[in-house]
Design a protein around this ligand. Structure first.
Ligand code: CMC
Length: 427
């Protein structure tokens, strides 16, 4: 079927384009040569445009399917852990026990930051948003990077360094904003335990965090590890297509993640719950969300790709309930309000007809809040978890012989060419 063609007719001409086969999901019409006919394709928001080929993650938004390297997200969430998922995303296969241990050892050896980076925190006010600090610190990390991105081993090492160091930076962002001294990483703890330890421990040798809470954190990481060509991953690929330093490209991805339409939704969802305030106000806020003239949206609901339940949301919802039970927060008014809102919105015809389901970030925000994490840290934690997805996509992009500079075209609707008048003649 390699010679399937699609044709496009306009202005008395018919153009033919090759159809590329996908292993799963929609095939793709290769319109690279369209510009030769003097026209471009127009698709703001990339509703129907594939920007690359990829073997990493597959989503079927109508069926609610998410596969990492072919493995369903629920099987990974229940039978695997974040370190295995990182290995899988980077290498294409799940590790055996020996490979997993070696991978964890490599990560554990790389948690420490270059000492000079610790001084950079002093440049930020205590009330700075942790995402601002994270973007700056990851950008700064590129100054200490000596890996050769042209060398495949150097690329892989860069990914290890990022997966290891971003939790350290993230925990320091939190402690800086709380006015607390930094807690150094500990190689004897699991990845999630070490992160919680660096965030919350009173002393460097405090007991390890509760394993159930660490497992919930590990699951949050696993569910956010990758999500194909979302806005931040596309940003990393686009910045990377210029040949820029890969760590700086990850900083660009973190900036793209911050927005409330993307990774900032978890923080926005919790802020929204506080704004709604009580169950009796839910109806009026739902009416606002449905009103096209009102900019208010139900944060944590809806998704560009999922027009069915987000499979991550199902798992995150379960973890959320486990954590709420464990920490005894089910009766907390804000969590009760969240569960009430979820129920009402799932029954409301507007949300049902538009297929607007709660997404992963609705539940991950509530879970993290129950874990004692302030809402300003939610997107930081999303970034930490997504680092492996960004790094895997960057490596795939830079290793692809078809890779070119990403440079979209436009539909120009501005002034036609005109002459500059002397200033005195401009009325
Ligand atoms: N509340 C109320 N109405 C909504 C919402 C919402 N959360 N989301 C979409 N709609 C409406 C929207 O107004 C539109 O209505 P109409 O057809 O009358 O114009 C319709 O549903 C389709 O929405 P859309 O804006 O065309 O869909 P999109 O694919 O551009 O938007 C989205 C996807 C995620 C930006 C949007 O659903 C949204 O802003 N949700 C809230 C923010 C959020 O939770 N984002 C996190 C996504 S999950 C994390 C991640 O993977 O990044």
């Amino acid at each position: 079927m390699a010679d399937r063609k699609a044709s496009l007719s306009f202005d008395q001409q018919t153009l033919e384009f090759p159809v590329l086969n996908a292993t799963l999901g929609p095939d793709v019409i290769d319109i690279k040569s369209l510009g030769n006919a003097g026209v471009f394709a127009f698709d703001p928001g990339f509703y129907s445009t594939a920007s690359c080929t990829s073997k990493i993650t597959f989503i079927d938004g109508d069926k609610g399917v998410l596969l990492y390297r072919g493995y369903p997200i629920d099987q990974l969430a229940y039978h695997s852990d974040y370190m295995e998922v990182c290995y899988l995303l980077l290498n294409g296969e799940l590790p055996d026990a020996q490979e997993k241990n070696a991978f964890i050892k490599e990560i554990n050896q790389a948690h420490e930051l270059p000492p000079k980076m610790l001084h950079l925190f002093k440049g930020f006010d205590q009330d700075a948003h942790p995402m601002s600090i994270l973007i700056a610190l990851v950008g700064a990390l590129s100054a200490f990077d000596s890996k050769n991105p042209k060398d495949p081993a150097g690329r892989y090492q860069m990914a290890i360094e990022l997966i290891a160091k971003i939790p350290t930076i993230a925990a320091m962002c939190y402690r800086h904003t709380q006015g607390l001294a930094f807690i150094p990483p500990r190689a004897d703890l699991s990845y999630a335990e070490n992160f919680l330890h660096m965030m919350f421990a009173e002393e460097a040798d405090s007991p390890a965090p509760d394993p159930i809470l660490a497992r919930a954190m590990d699951r949050i990481f696993t569910l956010h590890a990758d999500h194909e060509q979302n806005a931040s991953t596309s940003t990393v690929r686009m910045a990377g297509s210029t040949g820029a330093n890969p760590i700086a490209c990850i900083a660009a991805g973190i900036a793209a993640l911050w927005g409330p339409a993307h990774g900032g939704a978890n923080e926005a969802a919790l802020n929204m719950l506080h704004q709604i305030g009580s169950e009796d106000k839910v109806e009026s806020y739902l009416e606002r969300a449905k009103d096209p003239k009102d900019p208010f949206l139900l944060m944590g609901f809806g998704h560009r790709v999922y027009k069915n339940y987000d499979p991550r949301a199902k798992i995150m919802r379960e973890t959320c309930h486990e954590v709420l039970d464990l920490v005894g927060a089910k009766e907390d008014p804000i969590f009760k309000l969240a569960l009430h809102l979820e129920k009402i919105a799932l029954e409301d015809s507007y949300f049902v007809e538009k297929k607007l389901y709660p997404n992963v970030d609705f539940y991950s925000g509530i879970t993290q809040s129950a874990l004692g994490i302030p809402s300003t840290m939610f997107t930081v934690i999303f970034a930490l978890a997504r680092t492996v997805g960004w790094a895997s996509n960057w490596i795939e992009m830079i290793s692809d012989p078809q890779q070119r500079l990403s440079r979209p075209r436009q539909l120009y609707t501005g002034e036609k060419e005109r002459a500059v008048k002397p200033i005195a003649e401009r009325a």
